[in-house]
Design a protein around this ligand. Structure first.
Ligand code: SF4
Length: 270
């Protein structure tokens, strides 16, 4: 993890230079009711942004309060959020969460999290039904304004390809590793910029490496070049190759768990 914070600072600066400072990262701050953000995040699990936004809007239209959701049958809640997929599962989770808060706190609220330390808030959130590390970190970041670093599918893919985390690390492990290194004041901006990069350039199947300013220091791009697949878009070979330790002079594995100071020299490859 050599120079982790420094290299992630540089990565954020490079992505910012490409995509601009995300407006959302300027505006975001703590929100009055973190339960709204938690339910929004539960609805975003395993579906697209568009579908999850629709499901959340439909839920708010159908039920005036979270207490109304708690009192409604699961099937009715599931019907309201059906557009987001996994309706019955998510409805049961949401109802469980609200029921627990009402039983423990007397009402459906997570406002008390604002008074907790980030660690305690994350621990509490992860104890709720259907809430894993990513969902908990999303609430800490977007609702509490804390420097948590959620790793979703885009963030994991980009960071893995760059060599910031081991290629075999899953999202939860990647979140642990990156959470130790991301500068707190960069957490929100870098999270949003990596998602932007994953959507617009570092696509799941055909990453646009020839247009990427990070290519020179990217483990995946190097593996792809080694495999002679620069412009073929045949990602599978590079995916397999970048998971193998690459050797310099057949000796030293490149790609430290957190990208080193070489990110200071990234530039357009051609
Ligand atoms: S060089 Fe390719 S694989 Fe690496 S970050 Fe850029 S688009 Fe993704």
């Amino acid at each position: 993890m050599e120079c982790g914070r420094e290299s992630l600072e540089r990565l954020a600066a490079h992505l910012e230079a490409v995509y601009g400072l995300n407006e959302a990262s300027r505006r975001r701050g703590p929100v009055a009711e973190p339960l709204d953000v938690l339910i929004e995040t539960v609805l975003s699990q395993a579906t697209s942004d568009v579908n999850s936004r629709r499901a959340y809007a439909a839920l708010r239209r159908r039920f005036a309060t979270w207490d109304d959701v708690a009192c409604a049958p699961v099937a009715e809640v599931a019907g309201a959020i059906a557009g987001g997929g996994l309706g019955p599962t998510k409805a049961a989770r949401i109802k469980d969460i609200i029921a627990r808060l009402r039983a423990e706190r007397g009402r459906a609220t997570l406002a008390f999290l604002h008074r907790m330390s980030t660690e305690d808030a994350l621990r509490y959130l992860k104890g709720l039904s259907g809430v894993g590390p990513k969902t908990a970190a999303c609430v800490a970041l977007f609702a509490l304004g804390r420097p948590a670093f959620p790793v979703d599918t885009h963030v994991r893919r980009v960071c893995s390809r760059l060599g910031l985390v081991p290629a075999e690390a899953g999202a939860a492990r990647a979140q642990e590793l990156l959470g130790l290194e991301v500068p707190p004041e960069r957490a929100l901006g870098l999270h949003l910029l990596l998602i932007e990069h994953g959507r617009r350039t570092c696509h799941p199947r055909r990453p646009a490496c020839s247009d990427c300013r990070l290519a020179e220091d990217c483990r995946y791009a190097r593996a792809r070049a080694d495999a002679g697949q620069h412009e073929t878009g045949a990602g599978a070979g590079a995916d397999a190759a970048h998971r193998r330790p690459r050797t310099r002079g057949r000796g030293t594995a490149i790609g430290s768990p957190i990208l080193g100071r070489r990110l200071g020299h990234v530039r357009r490859k051609r």
